[in-house]
Design a protein around this ligand. Structure first.
Ligand code: FE2
Length: 220
């Protein structure tokens, strides 16, 4: 399929009826196997599954249902190089992904999530902006969920997340600046990003728990 626009210059949401579907060149099974070739830490695999689920939810939510698999696989693979090459995050990824058969447009999207930190590829398409905005935020929400008696996002309210966001000592590794920048790039209030991302994480929580148990059992 020939693209009308070079990667990173896809049309915005309002014009999406004219765009062609994104080329998801990899199956979910292949993508998970590729992820696990370079990632063994349960924390990293869980993060990948979470961002996958969140991206799939947002694709539906924002009217990109036909491209949901592309959004989801981009989420699943976005940190592929981080565990093994933390100093070369987003720099090693293109090679690993190319070898795994991932399309150039997905590689572009993946590299754009490190914009301003470890990549000079700026998020341009709405899916790239969602990935950029939710990567750090899912980490913060996950850390907040682990502090709750339920250990879950199912009973987490936006107000409690706001408090955790303001408390700079809490999950200090989750960059508040990146989350703020991400919301601004989407043109959303922080509250909207929080609310939607909590809903997205609620939608995939139990499935991820199940899959993590399976993965952990396999790696014993
Ligand atoms: Fe990430």
């Amino acid at each position: 399929m020939v693209r009308k626009h070079p990667p990173g210059h896809w049309q915005e949401a309002g014009e999406k009826e004219e765009t062609e579907n994104m080329n998801c060149s990899i199956t979910r099974e292949e993508a998970l196997a590729l992820l696990r070739t370079y990632n063994q830490e349960p924390f990293h695999i869980q993060h990948a599954l979470t961002v996958e689920g969140v991206m799939r939810w947002y694709a539906q939510e924002l009217g990109y249902g036909e491209d949901a698999e592309f959004w989801a696989m981009t989420g699943l693979l976005h940190d592929i190089d981080f565990e093994r090459y933390p100093e070369q995050h987003c720099q090693k990824a293109p090679k690993l992904l190319r070898e795994g058969g991932v399309s150039e447009e997905m590689i572009h999207a993946i590299c754009s999530h490190g914009y301003g930190i470890c990549s000079d590829i700026e998020p341009q398409h709405e899916m790239e902006k969602v990935l950029f905005a939710t990567d750090e935020l899912t980490g913060l929400i996950g850390a907040a969920a682990r502090m709750r008696p339920s250990k879950s996002v199912m009973d987490m309210e936006v107000s409690s997340l706001k408090k955790k966001f303001k408390d700079k000592r809490f999950a200090a590794g989750c960059s508040r600046d990146v989350i703020r920048d991400g919301a601004a790039r989407l043109g959303w209030e922080l509250e909207e990003l929080f609310e939607r991302t909590i809903l997205a994480m609620r939608a995939c929580e139990s499935q991820i728990e199940e899959e993590m148990q399976k993965i952990m059992a396999e790696s014993l």
